[in-house]
Design a protein around this ligand. Structure first.
Ligand code: AR6
Length: 176
């Protein structure tokens, strides 16, 4: 049986999966980093869905997740989650919220029939979460979820920078 977890290096907007995850902010109105790239590549359909979600529930809280169309992307859906801003003085809370961002994204995926899902390295850019700790949390949370849930067939970690790619490779090599 092949592994359910894959690691690649590249641009998540090019990934063909049922859903890709966006590292958004609580406003859901776009921003820099991977969020900016997804909105640019996906077109206005994504933002229109985000506005509808804002009308319904006023954005997305940190650690939670919502789903929109994938617009012009190869992915059918975008699952927008909000990772924590790293805080050294409140590091336990940040770790907990980062795990929630991964698990709630997977929960939304299952609710929408998603079988293949790609994650960026949430919070490790503009939000400054230490990359090594974030990778450990991401991998542990995804593995825990996959053990308990059979619907999701494939999780792809899409690493943009070399450091994250190396970290994920070393965490997942010989380990599945
Ligand atoms: N594909 C995959 N990964 C990418 C891409 C891409 N095209 N572009 C950047 N990354 P960040 P955050 C990586 O800053 O830290 C936004 O303004 C990047 O190298 O995008 O969660 C939002 O609106 C890094 O490893 O997200 C929020 O305000 C990872 O994606 C805020 O940034 C996450 O970096 C969220 O900050």
């Amino acid at each position: 049986m092949g592994s359910k977890i894959e690691v690649i290096q590249g641009d998540i907007t090019k990934v063909k999966a049922d859903a890709i995850v966006n590292a958004a902010n609580t406003s859901l109105l776009g921003g820099g980093g991977v969020d900016g790239a997804i909105h640019r590549a996906g077109g206005k359909g994504i933002l229109e869905d985000c506005y509808k979600i804002r009308e319904r529930q006023g954005g997305c809280k940190t650690g939670e997740a919502v789903i929109t169309t994938g617009g012009n992307l190869p992915a059918k859906y975008v699952i927008h989650t909000v990772g924590p801003v790293w805080s050294k003085s409140n590091d336990q809370k940040a770790r907990h919220l980062l795990a929630n961002a991964y698990s709630n994204s997977l929960k939304v995926a299952v609710e929408n029939g998603v079988e293949t899902i790609a994650f960026p390295n949430i919070s490790t850019g503009i939000y400054h979460f230490p990359k090594s700790e974030a990778a450990v949390i991401a991998v542990a949370t995804v593995k825990y979820f996959l053990n308990a849930n059979q619907q999701v067939k494939k999780v792809i970690f899409v690493c943009f920078d070399d450091e994250n790619y190396r970290l994920y490779q070393s965490l997942l090599t010989n380990d599945q």
